[in-house]
Write a protein that binds this ligand. Sequence first.
Ligand code: SF4
Length: 440
Amino acid sequence: MKTYYIKTLGCKVNQYESDGIAAGLEQHGLIRAKTGRAVDVCIINTCAVTSKAAMQSRQAVRKLRRDNPDAKIIVTGCHVQTAPDMIRQIGDRVQLVSHQDKTRLARYLVTDPDPFPLTFIPTDHSPENRFHGFTHPVSGSMTRAYLKIQDGCDAFCTYCIVPHARGSSVSMPQDMVIHHVQALGNAGFKEVILTGIHAGRYGRDLTPPTTLVKLLETIQDKKPVHRIRLSSIEPNEIDDRLADLAGPDGMVCDHFHVPLQSGDDTILKKMKRPYTADLFKEVLWRIHEKLPFAGIGVDTLIGFPTETDAQFENTYALIEQLPVSYLHVFPFSPRKGTPAFSFTPRVSDAVITHRCQRMRDLGRQKRETFIRANQGRCLEAVVQNKTDTRTGRLKAVTSNYLTLYLEKTPSLKGTIVNVTYDRWDKTLNISGELYHGKGL
Ligand code: SF4
């Protein structure tokens, strides 16, 4: 029996794809090793979103190659697509696998000779680009399963390397999405998280074209799983129909993760983001009015070139006044190959660090306000399968994206429960309990 080790860097889409590769290898009899030593195959699924992630990706390739002198070293992912020569230079035995070949990697590794050898293919931005999905349902080791329904992006925001890595926007056909969600539901998953690079563009490339809302309505009609969560959605792609699907009668979680990046219109324009601060404000209040307890997470990108103190304050003030429940704060990272790489003047590292800290402090306040607003309410949650190693308790994730710690009760693992809470500690860890009242 051959063994393999897989190292994943980057986002949830990469994690999903690594889980898909792993499931394929296991179907072909390979055994997953827990550590990257003395294995037959090493796979490194790289990330390029920041220069740090790219550097860590190369380090992982070097280390696994050094520790496994006889192993096949397979390198795939966004850093391979955007800087193939840097990966090749690492040394011999390093084989690059393009993004679109991830789904047939397992067959390639175990079937010899393969009729379609893997050769590196640059990122495809042509209209002929198509969705490359795993035929087998991918569940990974999570209690809540991810499903990639869309890939690629045509937006080319000026700071973002992702379109250069993943090509034009392509979608998993709708019947395939239903098939995968049904299979995950049948396997006992209570929640499926629909993910993509630009999920709001879902369906535009399909024949006939469709939309994310239509897909969600179809899932809702068939109810193949208890609930659906969206991983991220652009502000200009949230409409009333989408918000209604997250209402009391819908099966979409009342949780929206919305990238803002900047709250200053001049910076938004330089970033090539297709909305204004006013539109963002209007969208968030509209969600909040319909769904007052919805979790609303916001991404911010701090220290974009030319961002002045006043422009940063515009972002800060916008978020401060909005019903935001948590923040993700990213410092600007210049990526070669993107327009913003050459925008000047750049903001100094010290200023970026200071602004990020202020933003994180604001994020903490927002989180605490949201926790307080939900205190004593009955919340629906999925209980994780694994006991949390740090606390020895069970984690449960609510529909509106709060994480609660419950006393360890093995029979609850993987189930849907009603929970409530009235305590949390200084680090905002919430102690929850089962709700025995009248229900939701
Ligand atoms: S929408 Fe913009 S930030 Fe998001 S993946 Fe596309 S180019 Fe990158």
